[in-house]
Design a protein around this ligand. Sequence first.
Ligand SMILES: [Zn+2]
Length: 487
Amino acid sequence: MGTWTADDYYQGTKAAIAGGTTFIINFAIPEKGKSILEAFYDARQRADSKVCCDYSIHVGITQWNDRIEKEMESLCKEHGINSFKMFMAYSFMLNDAELYSAFEACRKLGALPMVHAENGHIISKNSEKLLAKGITGPEGHELSRPEEVEAEAVNRACVIANQVKAPVYVDHLSSEKSGKIVDERRSIGQIVFGAVTPSSIGVVGNPKNINLISSPPIYSNPENARRLLEYLASDVLQLTGSDHCTFMKDQKEAGKNDFTKIPNGVNGVEDRMSVIWEKGVHTGIIDINRFVAITSTNAAKIFNLYPRKGCIAVGSDADIVIWNPNKTRIISAETHHQAVDFNIFEGMECHGIPEYVIVNGRVVVDDGQLRAVEGYGKFIETPVFAPYVYDLDNADSVKPVKNGNIDGSSMDNQLSTPKKTVHGEQSCPTPTLPESAVSTPSCKGPRPEGQRNIQDSTFSISEELDLERKSCIRVKNPPGGKSSGFW
Ligand SMILES: [Zn+2]
């Protein structure tokens, strides 16, 4: 907080598409004391005309009071929000009693509480001591928050959630120790989800490198990434989220003499798929089906977007990635599509590239060429009471309830009798491909019937064709011109 991230909704979603991600959920985090409804409206306003793919929003809870609770209800019932993020560190963290109440409110609403799990009090005491000793550089960051400081908060979040029978989602879970806690909790039947970031998988922390500062830290333990991948493979952890939050080099440098002032966050949205493939699938730790689950399907299920998203089937949105495992690319800030001026994965060779990416039926990466269209995406409501979260037994058959139309009676006891689960039992079935396999639209042919015509949409597209790096793409009919498609 206090400084702006480098990528806006246009840059961020363009980069997502370029890397093979066809849908994002971004955070709307209000400053402490501000309305969460306002934060939501503000995010919508900044996103709607910018996004190149569909999106939803997680809303941040940065304080706790009656007004916030009322606004949560309004967000769930009227605005299509089903997830809220609470912080256990930073100046806007909630204390245990507040977390208890916020989790309870989520459970009543059928929403999913997400946590930034680190012990903020321990971090600030450790930071004071380190600074007093003269350890002021970026190496102080990880020293102030060793693995157990994260694991303690993960455990505490799980304990609090269990007291109110709420599910809980541990965002950007970064250490083996924290994974173990989630494993224990899931094995006694608690509904806990853990998300891992590509930075924890693709990079070994270097305490001297200011550009890697993120929280929880990218740990310097070289075994950490492998353990996280094994947890992802065995369904101890369920998904990968980018936690994309970028700052320019000079913004990072502003904290070079006081590590507590380095803005936290690194890139992830563009390279998420490639990094997980390279480190997980290419190395043989994760199989291809599990790759689909942890990068796409599980997120769609947890946030109640399935089977509209996260699935290739008749009636689902045509958001499809065609992945070529035989091609390679080298990640570099020189060629990435993010606004940020460095890339934490610089120089990594990745086997596997998104050769074609289709967003809502439109080919937006065509044989490796990016054709993102600003404003093409739209906000998608996430209905409450996701069956995969609140009604696991019937998750495969129950249709998502309409957002806001909460059937409290049927859901009331869903979480009060935890059931023993075994690793892998909750892993998602591989989406079944319909027999009429999806054809790849040709870049030269006419638009297939039923496909959305951007020229008919209400979005303004006068400056939206992303042509800056693609001189080879010819646009015969410019935006606003005749009605034929762009490709
Ligand atoms: Zn966080």
